[in-house]
Design a protein around this ligand. Structure first.
Ligand code: FAD
Length: 449
């Protein structure tokens, strides 16, 4: 196994840390390292979850064998380094789809379990961990252990959403969703302000299995929160025009070849884009068909799009605000954002269903907002600390898979099941072998040791 030292970052390109990278070629080589380590899948978490400054990082990208597809029952068994893209290529032609998918397919199964990722269907289908039938874990003492909601449930639910801190996820068995085609039936509705957008997202008459809303983050005053609510479901055979192939082939992607200058994304350019997008997408009132690839993974069409934000990188701020406080909380976050004159290129709003069993899982019943903000100066950190206060005041939390700066105190207040999780972590990993920049920043490491 080769170990080399190199600077790496998450998808937001902040922070960048020198790490000892080790890339096992085979499943049998996946094992813990006495000196401490963190596992890294595709490095698509935005912040410091898969970094271990001056320490070992175990890369799973070569541990990516698809082990079995039971095409009758829709069960996929695979090594944790398999990406969703690799899984989709095999399962969609057989009439199955991922039960939950994030907004990129270039993530590993292990990363999806460790962050307990959510998709546009959270309000209907829960999060990724809800569909994991069982997994094999490699623990701090080297033992390999099967765990599932029935077998070692405490370890299972501490690992789902546990950000790689309880052990190595080795193999995953996933229950898939049946589909009749690779196409999606989609509808768009535009909303002139946040209130209308919430109404659209709550209305059972407009709701569908997948829902999400794009927001114009620069709109202010009476148009604050204007946006497009997008609803979709897997198209049935009957919904396809006659003669249309039921499969849908992913398109080739293009890459951003260099870092954009930091000023390229500014209020003017983003404002122009938003106005165009709002009017173009808002016009699509009639249902239309889309391939699953552009529907679920529009950003994957541009490889390395994170370079658009310039060399200093960017932050994705994703929070959730529960229940009846959601509208006021999200409105206050948007007001503070527009008051700061820091344009967010991407602003996405989504309704979540009930909180799951993962002790450190992010989703809870309410609304989640995700914002992409370039790092231009230290002022951004002050703004985000302000937003943390708003989120806390309204009983919400920030998503660890997107985070690089939350304080240890705010983390504890946002994740009330943390102490239960810590007991399980200590029992499974008494020497705190699994540790990362994120776990040290949140002072998990010092409590776990
Ligand atoms: C464009 C884009 C869109 C996204 N959209 C969404 C979305 O809609 N919903 C959502 O929930 N997330 C979303 N994400 C975040 C992403 O899905 C998660 O961060 C996911 O964890 C990344 O998987 P990865 O394989 O890249 O993991 P990494 O970033 O490499 O690691 C993430 C965490 O998983 C742990 N981990 C990885 N593999 C293992 C393993 N085998 N064993 C133990 N721990 C492991 C790491 O230690 C780390 O803590 C998005 C990210 C991007 C870039």
């Amino acid at each position: 196994m080769v170990t080399k030292v190199a600077p790496i970052s998450g998808w937001g390109r902040y922070p960048v840390e020198p790490c000892e990278l080790e890339r096992p070629e085979r499943y049998a080589d996946l094992r813990p390292f006495e000196g401490g380590l963190i596992v890294r899948g595709q490095g698509r978490s935005y912040g410091d979850a898969s970094l271990n400054e001056n320490g070992r990082v175990l890369l799973t990208e070569r541990v990516n064998r698809l082990l079995e597809l039971d095409a009758e029952k829709g069960i996929l068994r695979a090594e944790a380094g398999v990406t969703l893209a690799e899984a989709l290529d095999v399962i969609v032609p057989k009439g199955w789809f991922l039960p939950v998918t994030p907004g990129t397919k270039f993530v590993s199964l292990g990363g999806c379990v460790a962050a307990d990722v959510h998709g546009k269907n959270h309000h209907c289908d829960g999060s990724f961990g809800d569909h994991v039938l069982e997994m094999e874990m490699i623990l701090a003492d080297g033992r390999r252990m099967l765990c599932s909601p029935a077998e070692k449930p405490a370890l299972f639910w501490a690992t789902v959403g546990g950000m790689g801190l309880t052990g190595i996820i080795g193999e995953v068995a996933l229950k898939l969703t049946p589909v009749q085609s690779g196409h999606m039936m989609v509808r768009h509705h535009s909303a002139d302000n946040l209130e209308q957008l919430f109404q659209l997202l709550e209305d059972p008459a407009t709701d569908d299995r997948y829902t999400v809303a794009w927001l114009d983050s620069l709109a202010t005053g009476q148009h604050l929160g204007r946006g497009i609510a997008m609803f979709g479901h897997h198209a049935s055979r009957e919904e396809l025009p006659s003669g249309m192939e039921s499969s849908s082939k992913p398109k080739r992607s293009h890459s951003i070849p260099f870092d954009f200058p930091a000023f390229a994304l500014n209020s003017l350019s983003i404002g122009a884009f938003n106005a165009l997008y709002y009017s173009r997408e808002g016009r699509k009132r009639e249902p239309f068909l889309s391939g699953y690839d552009p529907y679920f993974y529009p950003l994957d069409a541009i490889g390395n799009w994170n370079r658009l934000y310039g060399k200093r990188g960017f932050m994705q701020y994703q929070c959730v605000i529960p229940g009846s406080a959601a509208f006021e909380g999200i409105k206050t976050v948007l007001e503070k954002l527009s008051g700061s004159r820091r344009p967010s290129f991407l602003a996405v709003l989504k309704r979540f269903g009930a909180q799951g069993k993962g002790l450190l899982s992010f989703p809870m019943a309410g609304y989640t907002l995700a914002l992409d903000l370039p790092i231009r100066d230290e002022g951004l950190f002050d703004l985000l600390a302000e937003l943390d206060k708003v989120v806390l005041k309204h009983g919400g939390r920030v998503y660890l898979a997107k985070d690089a700066r939350l304080s240890a105190e705010s983390f504890r207040a946002m994740y009330p099941r943390y102490n239960d999780w810590l007991k399980i972590k200590k029992a499974a990993d008494p020497k705190n072998i699994f540790s990362s920049n994120l776990s040290r920043r949140l002072k998990i490491a010092e409590e776990a040791a």
